[in-house]
Design a protein around this ligand. Structure first.
Ligand SMILES: [Mg+2]
Length: 412
C-alpha cells in the first residue's frame, strides 16, 4: 500500500477550515487538520505547492519518517504555517493507520488512561449578571470546569467576551462565539492593562461567592501583561484558587516566567501559539509552567505533541491543549485521542462547533457528563462530506487586534 494522492479541502461552514485528505492505493482515506486561524490560505499554498507533490508513492505507515522528512528536508524549520501543514500530514497518516488496523488512534498510542477527558468551556460577560448567566448555561451543558472572562469598566470591546457587531462599530459578528470574524479588515478593540488588573480580582471574588469553592475556574490573560504585572495578577488571584492563569505574558520571552513564578503559586498555562518542543524547552525544564497549551494542529501533529507531553511528564507538567473552534473537528479528534492515551492529561479546552460544521464533518466524538471521548471508530473517527463542504467556499476572516487609548498597538 502506498499513498496514491492527497488533496486540500477548504470549507467555511460556520468558519474557515483547511483539511488535508490522503488516499492510499487501497482506497483508504485519512484526514488532517491544517487550519491556521486568520492565515488559512498560507497553509493551503504550503500544502498544495510544496507538500502534496512529495506524498504520492510514500509508505503511509512510516509516520515518524514522513514527519522527519517534511521537517528536516525543507531546511526552513518551525513557524505556524510549516507546522500546521506537517500536522495535517501526520494526523492523516495516524487516521489511515487506525483504519488499516481497525483500531481507534488512542489504542495505537497506548490505550485509554481514563474514561473521558475533563473539558472546560468559555463563560463570559460584560457585567457580573451576564457572566453569572453564562456560567450557569455552561454548568447546565455539563461543564465541570469553566474559563471566566469579564468586561472591564471603560473598555468597549475586549477579547474573550461574546459581543454583537454593534459593539465594535459594525464589524461582522463573531462566529462560533470565538474572536475571529468574517470581513475584509480586522476589527479594532481597546485595552488598558491597569484597568483590567484593578477589576479582575473582584470578578473572581464575586464568582467564587456565587458558585462556591469547588468549581475549577480558569482565566486567559492573552499575553497582555508585562512580567511584573502578571506576577501581581497571579498573586491577587491566589485567594480564588484558579485551576490556571493562561498566557499571562507574551511567552516568546521564556525568561519572563521566572519572574512571574517567584511571586505567585497560581498555576500557569502557556503555549497555544507555540509550534515545537523547542518553544517549551526552558519552560518545562525549569518548571516555569504547569500546563502545556500546544494544539495538535499547530505543533506539527500527534507525533511531536506526544513527545512534548512525554517530556513535560518528567516534571509533573500536564496537558491543556488549545481547543476553541479554530481547531477543526479533525484536529479536536486527534488531540482527544492523544489526551485519552497520555498519563499526564490535565484538561481539554472545548467549545462545540456550529451545526453546519457538524454536517460537513461527521464525528464519533461524544460529550457526556462533562467528559469528552473520541469514540471507538477505527482511525480518528471523523469523515468529511465533500459535497457539503463544497457548499461553503472560503470567506476572508481575521482575528481582532487592540490598541491602547493613545493609539499604541498592543499585544493580542
Ligand atoms: Mg488562550
Amino acid at each position: 500500500m502506498i499513498i496514491d494522492r492527497a488533496e486540500v479541502i477548504v470549507t467555511s461552514p460556520d468558519r474557515n477550515f483547511v483539511t488535508l485528505k490522503i488516499t492510499t492505493s487501497d482506497g483508504v482515506t485519512g484526514l488532517g487538520d491544517a487550519t491556521l486561524n486568520g492565515r488559512e490560505l498560507a497553509v493551503v499554498a504550503y500544502l498544495r505547492e510544496h507538500v502534496v507533490p512529495l506524498l504520492a508513492g510514500r509508505d503511509p505507515h512510516r509516520i515518524e519518517d514522513a514527519w522527519q522528512f517534511l521537517y528536516r528536508s525543507a531546511y526552513w524549520r518551525r513557524g505556524p504555517v510549516t507546522m500546521a501543514a506537517i500536522a495535517a500530514v501526520d494526523m492523516a497518516l495516524w487516521d489511515i493507520k487506525g483504519k488499516v488496523t481497525g483500531l481507534p488512534v488512542y489504542q495505537l498510542l497506548g490505550g485509554a488512561s481514563r474514561e473521558g477527558l475533563l473539558a472546560y468551556g468559555h463563560a463570559s460577560g460584560k457585567e457580573l449578571p451576564e457572566l453569572f448567566d453564562s456560567v450557569r448555561e455552561h454548568l447546565a451543558d455539563g461543564y465541570r470546569a469553566i474559563r471566566i472572562q469579564s468586561g472591564v469598566p471603560g473598555l468597549k470591546a475586549i477579547y474573550g467576551i461574546a459581543s454583537q457587531a454593534s459593539d465594535t462599530g459594525g464589524g461582522e459578528a463573531r462566529y462560533d462565539h470565538e474572536p475571529a470574524r468574517r470581513g475584509e479588515l480586522p476589527v479594532q478593540e481597546d485595552w488598558d492593562t491597569r484597568a483590567y488588573l484593578r477589576h479582575l480580582p473582584g470578578v473572581f471574588e464575586a464568582v467564587r461567592h456565587e458558585f462556591g469553592p469547588e468549581l475549577p475556574l480558569l482565566h486567559d490573560g492573552h499575553h497582555r501583561m508585562t512580567p511584573i504585572q502578571a506576577a501581581k495578577l497571579g498573586k491577587d488571584l491566589e485567594p480564588f484558587d484558579l485551576f490556571w492563569l493562561e498566557d499571562c505574558t507574551p511567552a516568546e520571552n521564556q525568561e519572563a516566567l521566572r519572574l512571574v513564578r517567584q511571586h505567585t503559586t497560581t498555576p500557569l498555562a502557556i503555549g497555544e501559539i507555540f509550534n515545537t518542543v523547542w518553544d517549551f524547552q526552558d519552560l518545562i525544564r525549569e518548571q516555569l509552567i504547569d500546563y502545556v497549551r500546544g494544539a495538535v494542529t499547530h505543533m506539527g501533529g500527534i507525533t511531536p505533541l506526544k513527545k512534548t507531553i512525554d517530556y513535560a511528564a518528567q516534571y509533573q507538567i500536564k496537558s491543556g491543549f488549545h481547543g476553541p473552534t479554530d481547531i477543526s473537528p479533525v484536529g479536536m479528534a486527534a488531540q482527544a485521542h492523544l489526551g485519552l492515551a497520555i498519563h499526564n492529561f490535565g484538561i481539554q479546552e472545548y467549545m462545540p462547533h456550529g451545526e453546519k460544521t457538524n454536517q460537513v464533518f461527521e464525528q464519533s466524538f461524544t460529550w457526556q457528563d462533562g467528559l469528552l471521548h473520541p469514540g471507538d471508530q477505527p482511525g480518528l473517527g471523523v469523515t468529511l462530506d465533500t459535497d457539503e463542504a463544497g457548499r461553503y467556499p472560503y470567506e476572508r476572516a481575521y482575528l481582532p487586534y487592540n490598541r491602547l487609548a493613545d493609539g499604541t498597538m498592543h499585544d493580542w
